[in-house]
Design a binder for this molecule. Structure first.
Ligand code: HEC
Length: 154
């Protein structure tokens, strides 16, 4: 009896292991779409260096075409989940495509960005856990928000 249970347990473990190995062959596409500096938010809105740095460090991995993929982006199924966030993030807001937004859309995205940062919903917690430097300090949050609000008014 006990031996049967042991056999079943090792069979299940082996099965999980085989699946984990096999899914590694399903790779994600890590090529970044081309970047046209003229269309980038940084060029168009020209925020001060410190604000630019905050955006690059806390938002650009998911909301621009300049994503830096970490080592675990090679490990399925984490890679799939990560790729999903990037695709979804870019679809909602892409700072690299800012120049293609209509004035109305750009204003709406600024409004949403302010709201998301105020509520603490962005950057995503799952991201800041692994990228501690992306977490906004109270001072960074304040700086980013006041700049975004002023820029929106102009
Ligand atoms: C780990 C990836 C990631 C990071 C980093 C990140 N976002 Fe997002 N963001 C997403 C995803 C995914 C969505 C779409 C789904 C959602 O709303 O949760 C999104 C949605 C948004 C939206 C659109 C909301 C809407 O309703 O259309 C705004 C605005 C936004 N993020 C701003 C920011 C700002 C500003 C930062 C940096 C301070 C940031 N995000 C950092 C992944 C990210």
């Amino acid at each position: 009896m006990a031996q049967n249970k042991l056999l079943t347990a090792s069979g299940i473990l082996l099965g999980i292991f085989v699946i984990l190995v096999l899914i590694q062959f399903i790779r994600i596409d890590k090529t970044n779409p081309p970047v046209d500096a003229a269309k980038d938010f940084a060029t168009i809105a020209n925020p001060p260096q410190d604000v630019q740095l905050i955006l690059r460090e806390s938002c650009y991995d998911c909301h621009a075409n300049t994503t830096v993929y970490p080592w675990y982006s090679d490990v399925a199924p984490v890679s799939w989940w990560l790729k999903n966030h990037i695709t979804d993030g870019r679809r909602h807001l892409n700072f690299s495509e800012w120049g293609s937004y209509t004035a109305k859309k750009a204003d709406h995205k600024l409004e949403e960005s302010i709201e998301m940062v105020e509520k603490g919903e962005m950057p995503l917690t799952s991201y800041t856990l692994l990228h501690p430097q992306a977490k906004l300090t109270a001072a960074e949050k304040e700086k980013l928000l006041s700049w975004l609000k002023n820029y929106r008014k102009s």
